[in-house]
Design a binder for this molecule. Structure first.
Ligand code: GLY
Ligand code: MN
Length: 421
């Protein structure tokens, strides 16, 4: 059985009998008038089908001991293709999704009515309808899944309408070997993109030249896109957690640290890496102490993470550890000041979304992939340091997937100095 069939099979097993489930890819969001943001299918739909095309619907039926899977797509339309380009043929969709039953969207309403009708029919008696209700997913520009569910509730009062989102979350949280390989690939390409940045980094550059370069590198090396808007920040700007592209006009000065938070998306899977570099090749004393505290915390949390702990436990530990490190390194006068200099979480789940599904209170299990990203931000001194790795939870503890991207202080200084020569 292929990767996608296996995922759907696990979903079938988790859902109750006498169920129809619908997952929609969604539609592009309007940018302005008749222009649209680039389309990215609802990640739950993509997870279950591998299809990245708007107006697509997955329908699964679990009834009378049978499991049936259907995929609905826009039918071929010559004129539309003349305007907006090629769409998947049904055969191509089958090859991608491993779903044999691919039908035109025009048949969806009747197929759904047939499945949901209250009397026993070819599917048996359906009692439950599962729809992805957690986000405002647009089925059409003027119709969300919430609205669609309401309409169906009125039409089929006997149905229990439920949210499928929590069921898919359970699956997405535990990465398969295939998913881990894609994440590793995303990290490897990110590593080469960082090397390219380091080769070109110099005093006088504007921050956006770096984020632009990282994006261009991905585009020209396999047409790889970004996992999220690249953060390139120098000096005081590095103390802004998500220093936005539109404000990346700061210029790198001698003596500055340069903070990158970036990653590519490969086959849907996101890398999320942060590193901080001294532009002159050496950290000054204050920068060195800040770097050391953050690096030690990063390494400590990777060591500490293991099944049974929760992301909120990692955060508590990170806060405790950073506080002790900052006191040891004379970066803090008062213990409570740590909250001024460390204002974010140490981890989030990572996968098809950069901030992937799963809440901070659930216990980690093998197969979870998380980030470990402590940071310290001293606004007055213009020093921001974040060191972020991507980490797989294993039965023994945690394995760092981004080891290939150097972070030891001596390595960083050596790399920067060799580069400057
Ligand atoms: N990489 C950005 C973030 O984790 O928020
Ligand atoms: Mn992150």
């Amino acid at each position: 059985m292929g990767e996608l069939s296996l995922r759907r099979d696990k979903l079938f097993d988790a859902l109750p009998n006498n169920t129809v489930a619908l997952v929609f890819s969604g539609v592009s969001k309007i940018c302005s008038e008749d222009s649209f943001h680039p389309f990215l299918a609802n990640r739950n739909f993509f997870y279950l089908t591998g299809v990245e095309q708007e107006n697509s619907i997955l329908m699964i039926v679990k009834c009378a001991g049978e499991k049936k899977t259907y995929l609905f797509l826009d039918e071929y339309n010559e004129l539309k293709e003349r305007w907006t380009g090629k769409r998947l043929t049904f055969n191509e969709a089958t090859n991608i999704s491993e779903i044999v039953n691919v039908y035109a969207n025009s048949t969806f309403d009747s197929m759904l009515s047939m499945a949901l009708a209250s009397s026993n029919n070819m599917y048996g008696k359906i009692e439950n309808l599962f729809i992805d209700l957690s986000d405002e997913i647009k089925i059409k520009l003027n119709c969300s899944t919430q609205l669609f569910a309401k309409e169906l509730e009125e039409k089929y009062p006997h149905l229990n309408i439920k949210n499928i989102y929590p069921y898919i979350v359970e699956l997405r949280l535990v990465k398969s070997d295939y998913e881990i390989r894609q994440l590793e690939e995303a990290i490897n390409i990110t590593s080469t993109g960082i090397n390219d940045l380091l080769l070109n980094l110099k005093v006088g550059m504007a921050e956006h030249e770096l984020s632009d370069r990282f994006e261009y590198y991905g585009k020209t090396h396999g047409r790889i896109g970004l996992a999220f808007e690249t953060i390139a920040a120098t000096g005081k700007d590095a103390t802004i957690m998500h220093h936005p592209i539109a404000q990346q006009v700061g210029v790198i000065n001698s003596g500055d640290l340069v903070l990158f938070d970036l990653g590519y998306r490969y086959k849907g899977y996101n890398a999320d890496i942060s590193r901080t570099y001294p532009i002159d090749g050496t950290f000054n004393d204050f920068q060195k102490r800040v770097y050391e505290a953050v690096l030690n915390c990063n390494k400590h949390i990777i060591e500490f993470a293991k099944p049974g702990l929760r992301l909120c436990d990692l955060q508590e530990e990170a806060l405790k550890f950073l506080k002790a490190e900052c006191l040891r390194l004379k970066l803090l006068k008062e213990e409570d000041d740590i909250k001024k200099y460390y204002i974010h979480n140490v981890s989030h789940f990572l996968g098809l979304d950069t901030h992937d599904v799963g809440n901070r209170e659930r216990e980690l299990v093998p197969g979870n992939v998380i980030t470990v990203e402590p940071g310290l931000y001293f606004v007055e001194e213009g020093v921001g340091v974040r060191i972020e790795d991507d980490v797989l939870i294993t039965s023994e503890g945690a394995r760092c997937l981004s080891k290939c991207i150097k972070k030891e202080l001596s390595d960083i200084e050596r790399m920067m100095k060799n580069r400057i020569r």
